[in-house]
Design a protein around this ligand. Structure first.
Ligand code: FES
Length: 106
């Protein structure tokens, strides 16, 4: 069983409700989302092309890529509609007081 590797990535105060925030950590580009009081984390790069999901549009649990409007579920990383077919990586999220931690282990 792999061991979790938790890193502090942002504070909840930095992440508005129903919004997305770009964060860099350990060479990774991560997008953080807050939806219905829950925090989710995914890779920030679209799997279809050179676009940052944090520049896209968040609707409930769905992030829409700004370049060709492909959509992903921020909870699972699942690709939801064309032209995206490959999922995005998701990260485990844990709260520690007002801090957001993600699991960057592979
Ligand atoms: S780059 Fe994201 S849908 Fe094409």
């Amino acid at each position: 069983m792999r061991e979790a590797s938790w890193v502090r990535i942002a504070t909840l105060a930095e992440l508005p409700e129903d919004d997305v925030l770009a964060v860099g950590v350990d060479g990774l580009e991560v997008a953080l989302y807050q939806v219905a009081g829950e925090v989710f984390a995914t890779d920030n790069r679209c799997t279809h092309g050179d676009a940052r999901l944090s520049d896209g549009f968040l609707m409930d649990y769905c992030i829409e890529c700004p370049l060709h409007q492909g959509q992903f579920d921020v909870r699972t990383g699942e690709a939801l509609c064309a032209p995206v077919t490959m999922p995005i990586r998701t990260y485990g999220v844990r709260m520690d007081g007002g801090d957001i931690l993600i699991d960057i282990s592979i």
